[in-house]
Design a protein around this ligand. Structure first.
Ligand SMILES: [Zn+2]
Length: 300
């Protein structure tokens, strides 16, 4: 890891440019627009949160390319170039970006405002590992957005009122979606669901639900035959009729499990990367609605 970053920095020094992925190329050409605050975020949900608050006052670029599983991501030379030209760098935190300390070390003297979006969030752990999937909780999204708003205000004081107003509007939308689904989940007596990797722990905490997953927190490794057997047992015991599947984790394992217990496979959105045209709020509504409908049909 360290070696990669050092060689990346060297490449910049030597003036060698490598071709980046995703939107990154677009951002470097757009940086000529001096009126807009240039903001770099690590992962997709932060791009949406930032755009909601920054409106047309900022150009927001996401480091992890669309359709890529961010747990496997490592920054490229191009990313360092993009970062050093920006004003604000926002990352998720809690270990979602295993590379972030090295990046922050490299850019710390560049006058960038560096934001850990997880600041102030009550952390949950799973088998001693910190769960980084905070954005899948509407409650946490509010805190992350507040951290982002504070950073935008700090970097661009003159637009303070604009950022505050946009943040308040987004906060209301998040709270309204939460209030819509909280009583629904309170009313069902089957509160378990099966998903691809263990990304929904904070969503479960918000609504008093329980996830079981075919892959772990970091979307690593397929389950052993013994783990699969225990999942099959769990599904049968709890009358599980739906197995949620993620396009970026291991949909095959989810399909195998579903076949084993005669359940339907339904897509679920982790929002770890941009997969379709749904906004954050639309994707969260989709997730909540699918989880709720599956629980409703599996009630005892
Ligand atoms: Zn994940």
């Amino acid at each position: 890891m360290r070696k990669k970053i050092i060689s990346g920095v060297l490449a910049i020094l030597m003036g060698i440019t490598l071709i980046g992925c995703g939107d990154n190329t677009k951002a470097t050409t757009k940086n000529t627009d001096d009126n807009k605050l240039s903001v770099i975020v690590s992962i997709y949900p932060l791009k949406e949160f930032t755009e909601k608050i920054a409106g047309d006052k900022a150009e927001v670029t996401c480091l992890v390319p669309d359709n890529m599983e961010p747990h496997d991501y490592e920054p490229k030379t191009k990313d360092f170039q993009t970062l050093t030209k920006s004003k604000v760098f926002i990352y998720n935190g809690l270990g979602m970006e295993s590379w972030v300390d090295k990046v922050n070390e490299t850019i710390k003297d560049k006058n960038l405002v560096i934001v850990d979006s997880s600041s102030g969030i009550e952390v949950r752990k799973e088998e001693d590992a910190v769960d980084p999937h905070i954005w899948l909780s509407l409650k946490n999204a509010e805190i992350q957005s507040q951290n982002i708003k504070d950073a935008l205000v700090k970097s661009d004081e003159k637009n303070k009122d604009y950022y505050e107003a946009n943040y308040n509007k987004f906060k209301e939308e998040l709270e309204s979606l939460y209030s819509e689904y909280k009583p629904k989940f309170d009313a069902v007596n089957q509160k378990n669901f099966i998903t691809g990797h263990a990304a929904f722990g904070y969503l479960c905490r918000d609504f008093g639900l329980t996830q079981k997953s075919v892959e772990n927190l970091f979307a690593e490794g397929e389950p052993t035959p013994k783990q699969l057997e225990s999942l099959v047992g769990f599904c049968k015991e709890n009358n599980i009729k739906t197995v949620f599947s993620e396009s970026l984790a291991s949909p095959k394992v989810s399909e195998t499990l579903a076949k084993e217990v005669q359940a339907n496979v339904v897509p679920i959105l982790t929002l770890e990367s941009k997969e379709d045209d749904k906004s954050y709020l639309e994707a969260m509504r989709y997730n909540l609605d699918e989880i709720y409908r599956c629980m409703l049909s599996e009630q005892k």
